[in-house]
Design a protein around this ligand. Sequence first.
Ligand code: NAD
Ligand code: AKB
Length: 312
Amino acid sequence: MSKIIVIGSCGQIGTELVLALRSIYGNEAVFAADLKDECPTILANGPYLKMDILDREAVRSFIIEEKIDEVYLLAALLSATAEKNPDFAWKLNMEGLFTILDLAKEGHVKKVFWPSSIAVFGPTTPTDLTPQHTVMEPSTVYGISKQAGERWCEYYFNKFGVDVRSIRYPGLISYKSLPGGGTTDYAVDIFYKAKSHGNFTCFLKEDTALPMMFMDDAIRATIELMQAPVEKIKIRSAYNLAGCSFTPAALATSIKKHLPDFSISYEPDFRQAIADSWPNSIDDSYAQNEWGWKALFDTDAMVNEMLEHVKV
Ligand code: NAD
Ligand code: AKB
C-alpha cells in the first residue's frame, strides 16, 4: 500500500485532494502537511503535520524516515499574491519543487505530482483552444515559475527517470475550501456574494473569458493521471486540461437562471492584466488521447453544484 504526503494540504486543492486520496488509500496512508499549526477539522480523519516546504532538511528527514512513496506538492503562491511578492514567490514555487525532485532522483520517492497552471501561457500565446505545444512567454512571476517548473520536471524525468506528473490546471471552482490568491478567484467569490447579497462586484471586465474547472473534475483528473500506467504518460512537462470556459457576464447569466434578481458590476483592478495575458479556452486533446481524460462539468452543471452547496 502506497504512503502518500500532500504538502500544502490546507489550501483550495489540498483539502479536497487529501479527502479523495484517503477515501481510496485509507486515512492513515495519507499525510496532510501544511504551514498551519493546527489541522483543520475537515482533515481531522487522518494524520496531519506542520511542515514548511522551505525547510529542506526537515522535509527530507520526514519523507525518508516515514518511507513516503508519493508526494503531491501543492504549496505555492498563486498569481495575484505572487505579483505582490515576486522574490518570495519565486523562492517558494521553485525551491520546494527541487527538494521533492531531488528526493525522487535519489530513489526515496517513487512518484511526484506537481501542479502547473494555464499561467504558463502569455500574451503571445494563441488564445482560443490553446494547444498543448505552443508559444509560451508568460508575463507574471507565477507563470514564469510554473513554466520553469515544467522544464525542470521534464528534465528530471529525461535525465534521472523521475516519475513526475503534472497538469496545467485552469481556474478551479470549489465550495469546500476557499481559493488562495489567484486571478480566477472571482469565479468562487461570486457564488458567496450572490447568495448573501444578491450582487457582486467583479475585479475583471465582463468579457474576460478564462479557462475554468469544477473541483470534482480537477481532483478526478489528478488521481486519474497519477494512477495511469507509466507508458501512457508521454508528456512530462504538464498536460493541458479543459473544463468549462466563460466570461464573468456569462457566469452571471447562468447564476441568474437560479437567482433572477442577482446583479453584477465591474471594477477591474491589477488582475485584469494577468487575465488578459491568459488563454480564453484550452485544447486538452493530448490528455484525452493519452490517459483518457474527459471533463464532466460544464458551466451550468458547475453553477448548479455551487449554488446548492455554498453556505453563507
Ligand atoms: P492555496 O493557496 O489555496 O493553498 C496553498 C497551501 O499551501 C496553503 O494551505 C498554504 O498554507 C500552503 N503553504 C504555503 N506555503 C507553504 C510552505 N512554505 N510550506 C508548506 N505549505 C505551505 O493554493 P491551491 O489553489 O490549493 O493551489 C495548489 C497548487 O495548485 C499550487 O501550486 C497552484 O499554483 C496550483 N494551481 C491552482 C489553481 C487553482 O485555481 N486553485 C490553478 C492552477 C494551479
Ligand atoms: C490563479 O488564478 O492564479 C490560479 C491559476 C489559474 O493558476 N487559479
